[in-house]
Design a protein around this ligand. Structure first.
Ligand code: SAM
Length: 207
């Protein structure tokens, strides 16, 4: 096979393996995994392009799953910046570690983000890119995880997370939007990314 064709084959094969693994985890833990398929590259570009990763000293990725956003974070990260991820699901954590051996990832909840920043010798994060399914969580759990997040975010720090368009009518999605409004000084929304299954947009929040 010519070299370009081999690369394309590898890409498609990786995407298929990710899809099967992800869907399997969703069927077992629907509210924690929160999506049937990994996010698209289009959503990865939108969620990372607003975050000013090029200027950040410390970046954390929440719930990377199989790593749909990670290549776009790595692409923008400046040399010397600290970057790590927190993934609670064992199978997805292992898949992530195999795909990105160079990225520190911890199998733990983002509720413990302060502990891991501490372990890296860092007091606060400049940017958090979140893949968590916030609208699947209860209001109390949303509030708990958001408290840990805002506590570690630097003043002026950026928090980006995505939400599905079809889920906007859910009461948990309303609760999440109200929580963002309470906890951040500025909350914006990206245009809808239609090239994602299902279509989604990004909440762009500044502390
Ligand atoms: C909707 S999936 C998104 C995965 C990936 N970011 C993407 O966009 O394809 C949500 C991910 O968050 C992880 N997750 C859920 N709750 C978490 C928590 N409290 N701490 C860390 N990861 C969590 C799930 O295991 C899953 O990998």
């Amino acid at each position: 096979m010519p070299a370009g064709a081999t690369d394309r084959f590898d890409l498609v094969a990786t995407a298929m393996v990710d899809l099967v693994k992800f869907a399997g985890r969703f069927l077992r833990e629907p509210s924690r995994v929160g999506a049937i398929a990994p996010s698209s590259g289009a959503l990865g570009r939108v969620i990372t392009s607003w975050a000013r990763l090029e200027e950040a000293d410390a970046v954390v990725e929440y719930g990377p799953g199989t790593g749909a956003f990670t290549p776009y974070i790595l692409e923008r990260l400046r040399p010397g910046a600290t970057f790590f991820a927190l993934e609670v699901d064992r199978a997805l954590y292992e898949a992530f570690r195999r795909r990105f051996p160079e990225v520190p990832v911890y199998r733990d909840s983002v509720a413990k983000v302060a502990t891991y920043l501490d372990a890296h010798g860092i007091a606060s994060a400049d940017c958090i890119i979140s893949g968590l399914p916030w609208a699947s969580f209860s209001a109390a759990y949303q509030a708990e995880l958001m408290r840990s997040t805002v506590d570690v975010l630097a003043s002026g720090g950026r928090f980006a997370t995505f939400a599905y368009v079809h889920a906007l009518a859910m009461s948990s999605a309303h609760a999440f939007r109200r929580l963002l409004n309470r906890r951040f000084s500025d909350v914006g929304m990206s245009p809808v990314v239609w090239w994602n299954l299902p279509p989604a947009f990004v909440y762009q929040c500044v502390k």
